[in-house]
Write a protein that binds this ligand. Structure first.
Ligand SMILES: O=C(O)[C@H](O)[C@@H](O)[C@H](O)[C@H](O)COP(=O)(O)O
Length: 214
């Protein structure tokens, strides 16, 4: 793991957007297409705002979510809604959105391995929708898991659809974006943990973790 600490969240968001843009560009220099997977939640919006305005060959970029909440696409808690409002606009409106469909996991085969993976993390160390104590966690972390699966978070949140362990581990480049002391403490604990206890551990070997206190 490489941990990059920033003086504040604003600087972190600008830098991470720059890194993602240059990784998209680098991928497109060598390949016809780049596939970028991004999280929902409350943290990444400012990265999306900046990235959407950067000049890139967006028509060769496929964008998907790392996970989705099972709510209608126009619901305030929908990650697709966040993506459409904050990332798939301005210059990035030319990108192709790839939906997560657990009924048709093979539809993702052409997108793998992911070129660039951006993950969030909860203070319980969940990432994407791989939640500790979820009844399906072990199946979603298995080496032979399909690329996308349904999963029930343990604490009565809505059902989720998530990219699975093999997809996250297989990404060519992996970034984790976190703020605050509680998430930093969870990260420190996860460094020596089993992914079944701290799911973020599934990517920490290869991850660049970007952290700002606030
Ligand atoms: O849909 C989601 O909830 C996510 O993709 C999830 O993995 C998120 O990244 C973390 O829960 C952190 O969420 P916050 O950024 O809101 O703290």
């Amino acid at each position: 793991m490489k941990l990059i600490e920033y003086p504040d969240a604003e600087m972190m968001m600008m830098r991470v957007a720059d890194i993602l843009a240059s990784e998209i560009s680098g991928t497109l220099a060598a390949h016809d297409r780049a596939t970028l997977a991004v999280p929902g939640g409350s943290t990444p919006g400012p990265v999306f705002d900046i990235l959407s305005g950067i000049r890139l060959p967006w028509d060769r970029v496929h964008v998907m979510l790392t996970d989705e909440r099972q709510v209608p696409a126009d619901h305030p808690r929908s990650n697709e809604r966040l993506l459409r409002e904050r990332l798939l606009r301005d210059r990035a409106a030319a990108a192709t959105f790839v939906p997560l469909d657990p009924a048709n996991p093979e539809a993702l085969a052409d997108e793998l391995p992911l070129s660039i993976l951006l993950l969030g993390m909860g203070a319980d160390s969940h990432t994407a929708s791989l939640f500790p104590r979820s009844p399906q966690l072990e199946a979603t972390l298995a080496d032979d898991a399909p690329p996308v699966m349904r999963i029930d978070p343990p604490e009565g949140l809505e059902g989720r659809v998530t990219l699975t362990g093999p997809v996250l581990r297989g990404a060519m480049r992996c970034h984790v974006l976190i703020t605050g002391d509680a998430k930093r403490a969870a990260l420190d604990t996860a460094l020596d943990a089993d992914p079944l206890d701290a799911p973020i551990a599934v990517v920490l070997d290869q991850a660049n973790v970007h952290w700002a206190r606030s």
